[in-house]
Design a protein around this ligand. Sequence first.
Ligand SMILES: O=C(O)CCC(=O)C(=O)O
Length: 283
Amino acid sequence: MSLTETNSEGKPVIKLTEDQRYTYDLKGWLPMKGLLSKDEVAEIVDFCYQLKEHKEDVDEKIRTTIGGPLEKLTDHPAFVGFLQEFVGDSHMENDEGYGFRMEFSFMGLRYSKYGGDTWGPHGGRGADYRVNSAASHDYRTSPGKAHSGLTQIVWEFTDVIHGHATHFISGTHKAAFNIPENVKENKTHPLWETYECPAGSCVMFSEATTHSGTAWKNPDHDRVAVFNSYNSIASRYHYWEPHPDQLAEMTPKRASLFRKVGYEYNEPGAKLPDHINLPERGF
Ligand SMILES: O=C(O)CCC(=O)C(=O)O
């Protein structure tokens, strides 16, 4: 088995730089800025408003945040290299499909006119850390290797001013102690960090890193964001599937993102033996 060098559209997979790898492992989150053209962003923003405000006009099979112009973001070459290193398993990947899964996608459309505050820290030790689902969320390291369990990629489709979007407490994906209440509640505490970026950027983060939404205060435009979640091939947290008709029309490589959870007979292209469900198995 070997890591594929192209995404499902034949575009070369972009590898992480040493600095990016170090930063993600150290902090638990990493921005990648300016990945989409103005035209791509405009088409996506239109589609997001359609989904939010007139979803009945959108064909049912693409009535999700991986539909229409958003589908190509599920395996955008800019972060396939990141997912291969931090989320995937090289033994489960080949040129027919990826060694990681995609397990969820949702929209964060925050209207400027409401300025609603979504502050609610979670993830990371002591901040709603889901002990019983540790296998799905856990961030693990050994010298020279790190595995990020449930991992989100936030796409920002409008310009983000520093302080208006997702906040993080760096390093909490590896924290041993509970977050102090005063840090949790005080969004101006110096331990909270965040980002600014132009429309068409993304930020990847381990769901085990303490993070939070906040008030969208931009007077000029809404926040139009999509959150896509990925996980190991053998682990899953969310209950979510793409529409079966959309899945049936995807290239096999992109569809491999949504294959069943588990290792056995789950390499891309693997054939199930005839006896797989017979009681004789293993006798
Ligand atoms: O709204 C945000 O910026 C953060 C969303 C969030 O907390 C999450 O995706 O788990």
